[in-house]
Design a protein around this ligand. Structure first.
Ligand SMILES: [Fe+2]
Length: 299
């Protein structure tokens, strides 16, 4: 390619990057576009904290906090400090009985895949395909998880709510939960990244402030769907990453961050971590066996 052509391509990319931010605003998703800026998230925390001061008991009571914990003990302040400093706190653990109940729920409930209309059980997926047919399935969102009582107990866990409250600076007013299978695939990484967006480096923009806790429900090692993140990137992104799509090209990530800042999170079934998902992160699609993860977002 000639130098002139390369320059033209770069100019076009820059225009597209700027358009991306503008497009989101035009689509009426201003709040979503703004949640990517650290100062907006902090300002929102202060405002929300002030508003809740008038009736903090109301906000506490509506969370229906569970005093029965399915977790092993956690150092709450240590956890909050770690998420503030590095973007993540590792080493939470669900009790094994809770892991078994969640696994059994996931095995016996139908799943859906975003952008597809069909329903399937995780056991219907063989080598990344539905019932041996052509239809590839990358992930399965387990349905009806509001009906899983152990997940409801975990969502309202006193310790988790307290960590979220301290990190956000206010009682969370919106909590979402997802139980997701990522199916093992023999596709190469480039194909996977086209079909399954979370396998690309990205940061989440899910509101004006948010924090997530995740628990592996299957054993996760390097080949079975580790969660990969760039430490401290929740507090440090170049402007061009903030003003364009939240999905990042791998080359751009390594132009800005050091390889040594990458953290690969693995752990046995029950292992969990609190994370500020404004950090740059991605899923590495499993190769050997399916991964099941429970994710709860407090915002
Ligand atoms: Fe994400």
């Amino acid at each position: 390619m000639t130098v002139g052509l390369i320059q033209l391509k770069e100019q076009k990319n820059k225009l597209n990057d700027n358009k991306d931010f503008a497009k989101r605003i035009n689509k009426g998703k201003l709040w979503q576009a703004l949640g990517r800026f650290k100062t907006v998230r902090r300002g929102y925390s202060i405002l929300k904290n002030q508003l809740q001061q008038f009736n903090s008991q109301y906000y506490q009571e509506r969370l229906n906090i569970s005093r029965v914990s399915a977790l092993l003990p956690v150092q709450i302040n240590q956890c909050v400090d770690n998420v503030r400093k590095t973007g993540v706190h590792l080493g939470l653990h669900l009790k094994q009985d809770a892991v078994k109940q969640i696994r059994s729920f996931a095995d016996s409930n139908l799943c859906t895949e975003p952008k597809h209309d069909d329903f399937f059980f995780a056991s219907d997926i063989k080598k990344g395909r539905l019932n041996g047919k052509d239809r590839r399935v990358m992930r399965g969102l387990v349905s009806n998880i509001d009906k899983c009582s152990i997940i409801s107990t975990i969502v309202s866990d006193e310790i988790l709510i307290e960590i979220a409250r301290k990190y956000l600076g206010y009682y969370p007013t919106l909590i979402t939960r997802h139980l997701t299978w990522s199916f093992a695939s023999d596709l190469d990484e480039v194909e996977v990244q086209k079909l399954y967006p979370p396998t690309n480096f990205h940061y989440d923009v899910a509101g004006l402030n948010f924090v997530t806790v995740s628990f592996f429900i299957t054993d996760v090692d390097e080949n079975t769907g580790p969660h990969i993140m760039i430490e401290k990137s929740h507090n440090r992104k170049p402007l061009k990453m903030l003003f364009r799509s939240n999905i990042q090209k791998e080359a751009d990530v390594w132009n800005y961050y050091e390889r040594s800042e990458q953290l690969t999170i693995t752990g046995n079934a029950g292992f969990g971590f609190f994370q500020d998902p404004s950090c740059i992160h991605r899923l590495k699609l499993p190769k050997n066996s399916n991964r099941l993860i429970l994710q709860i977002r407090y915002s």
